[in-house]
Design a protein around this ligand. Structure first.
Ligand code: PBG
Length: 347
């Protein structure tokens, strides 16, 4: 029925008075491809990856099937492979051994720390790929919070920002292309920009996690890093999922403080926020397709309840349609493999 033979367009005359027939443009695959409004490409994708100490090991994350913690040697192999497939950037998250954690996350700015060594090694092995490093204390603190905590359990803003600045400088010194504060402390983008500039790192970009919500969708990520908070929750710094205007307020502040790209996180339950942020700013907008969103698709696919590839493409396309210019996704490699032989896809 989808023939492009002109005679297939003709049926016997009828008495219809219907002028508009939107279905005309849906009749053939070629035409559908031509009128498609949003196209997902590998250029849109950033691959979040987990790195751990050791050699020649990769450990699957049980709540994220197909996603691994890699030792540096194997991480480099994986990065070389995704780079060949066209993925332009990786976002690094370190698994820090308990013995290196403390109350204030001092390992985060160790010049010889895991992240710093990893950045150097990637820049030597695959210089072209964009390396994005996370700025937040949670992988480095014994309590699992993103900031410094006082004796009453209060997360202290300004002392935390001082540590985040040290962390950003040490990552920049290691060769990070872009730092990504995911901590949600007030004023950290401005403090980091100022410090980077005064140390001569004027070209290190800031990808700001501007509208980051206190979300239950982060569960599998915290399994991956062993970083779940030991007490309380993150609601005094991450945003309330019911709020939209507040997202614009956070985005406006981060832009004023010098962010190069602003991000909305999570993505799937916040598509409306992505659209509002897109309409608000001329900066590129990123969306983080987070661990719980990945896990839901994987679980349903493993049960045989959904068509995994089509659901992945449909989901990521919805984020792009909502306004995301960039998508951080654990599906990056899978999508690159799907798209590599196709000029376009039709789900
Ligand atoms: C922590 C951080 C989190 C994620 C990225 N950076 C978790 C959190 O805020 O608790 C979550 C990513 C994901 O779920 O995929 N600063």
């Amino acid at each position: 029925m989808s023939s492009e033979n002109p005679s297939a367009n003709h049926t016997a005359p009828t008495a219809t008075t219907l002028i508009h027939r939107p279905r005309r443009l849906r009749r053939t695959a070629t035409l559908r491809r031509m009128v498609q409004e949003t196209t997902l490409t590998v250029d849109d994708l950033i691959y979040p990856m987990f790195v751990m100490e050791g050699e020649e090991q990769k450990m699957e994350i049980s709540s994220m099937p197909g996603c691994y913690r890699y030792t540096l040697d194997l991480l480099l192999e994986e990065i070389a492979e995704v780079w060949r497939l066209g993925v332009g950037g990786v976002a690094l998250f370190p698994v820090i051994p308990e013995v290196k954690k403390d109350d204030v996350g001092s390992e985060s700015y160790n010049p010889e720390g895991l992240v710093q060594r990893t950045v150097k090694a990637i820049k030597e092995a695959v210089p072209g790929i964009l390396v994005i490093t996370d700025i937040a204390l949670d992988p480095f603190t014994t309590h699992g919070h993103d900031g410094i905590v006082d004796e009453n359990g209060v997360i202290l803003n300004d002392p935390t920002v001082e540590v985040l600045v040290k962390m950003a400088l040490s990552q920049a010194a290691a060769g990070s292309d872009m730092v990504a504060p995911s901590d949600m402390m007030d004023g950290r983008v401005g403090a980091i920009r100022k410090a980077l500039d005064s140390e001569g790192y004027i070209d290190v970009r800031i990808l700001a996690y501007s509208a980051k919500y206190a979300s239950a969708y982060y569960g599998p990520f915290r399994d991956a890093l062993d970083s779940a908070p030991k007490f309380g929750d993150k609601k005094t710094y991450q945003m309330d999922g019911a709020n939209a205007r507040e997202a614009i307020k956070e985005v406006a502040l981060d832009i004023a403080e010098g962010a190069d790209i602003v991000m909305v996180k999570p993505a799937l339950a916040y598509l409306d926020i992505i659209r509002q942020v897109k309409d608000y700013t001329q900066l590129p907008v990123a969306a983080y397709n987070v661990s719980g969103e990945y896990a839901m698709i994987k679980a349903a696919a493993q049960m045989g309840w959904i068509d995994e590839k089509r659901v992945i493409l449909e989901t990521l396309t919805s984020m792009k349609r909502a306004g995301a210019d960039l998508i951080l996704t654990y599906f990056a490699k899978e999508v690159a493999l799907i798209l590599v032989n196709r000029r376009a896809f039709l789900f």
